[in-house]
Design a protein around this ligand. Structure first.
Ligand SMILES: [Zn+2]
Length: 192
């Protein structure tokens, strides 16, 4: 540690002020939808490829760890979200805070049909998970049911959504350099 390599200092020597600034930026981007609110369905780790970080906008250099998130399985790879390790942690913390998006109790109001939402689901033994769900019409019964937005499968027996909030998963590339989004797709690394 401690070698002040040129170009890497923004990752290793962030002041409290800079961190506060990044948290505020994360909140703003979550609110405007340019950063995903949903938990990633897949996350890859590896070294950067020089593409900009979705939070701090500085390039993730080839000697820095990069987190690459896929938020929606059906989205093209060019819509992956890239973060520095530290920026990923900030995003993950801020998106977990409830101040910017109130949970709406299911008993009070249900989401619109087919609206992608983030839902708190109660399981047995007082456990709770947060999942991306859709409130859809079941063709067989005609009733509305909750389904997992990734698998489109109904929830297992005993899983009860208790509250939800709107889930904004895109557009997630709009913060990037103008007009360059189309060029990034081919070089997206697929890491195990
Ligand atoms: Zn960053």
């Amino acid at each position: 540690m401690g070698s002040p390599a040129a170009g890497a200092m923004h990752m290793t020597d962030r002041s409290d002020e800079e961190l506060k600034c990044l948290r505020a930026r994360a909140r703003a981007r979550l609110e405007e939808g340019t950063l995903p609110r949903a938990k990633a369905v897949r996350t890859w780790g590896g070294l950067g490829t020089g593409q900009p970080c979705a939070l701090c906008d500085t390039p993730i250099d080839s000697h820095e760890p990069e987190f690459e998130l896929q938020v929606d399985l059906s989205a093209p790879a060019s819509q992956a979200v890239r973060f520095h390790r530290e920026c990923h942690a900030i995003w993950d913390t801020v998106r977990g805070e409830s101040s910017w998006a109130q949970w709406i109790p299911v008993a009070q109001r249900l989401p619109a049909p087919d609206e992608l939402v983030e839902a708190r689901v109660s399981l047995a033994e007082n456990r709770t998970v947060v999942l991306n769900l859709l409130w859809v019409k079941d063709e067989a019964s005609g009733a509305h049911i909750w389904v997992n937005s990734t698998t489109m499968a109904p929830l297992p027996e005993g899983w009860l959504p208790s509250a939800w909030r709107p889930c904004v998963a895109g557009p997630i590339d709009s913060h990037g350099p103008a007009e360059s989004a189309g060029a990034t797709g081919a070089s997206v690394p697929r890491r195990a």
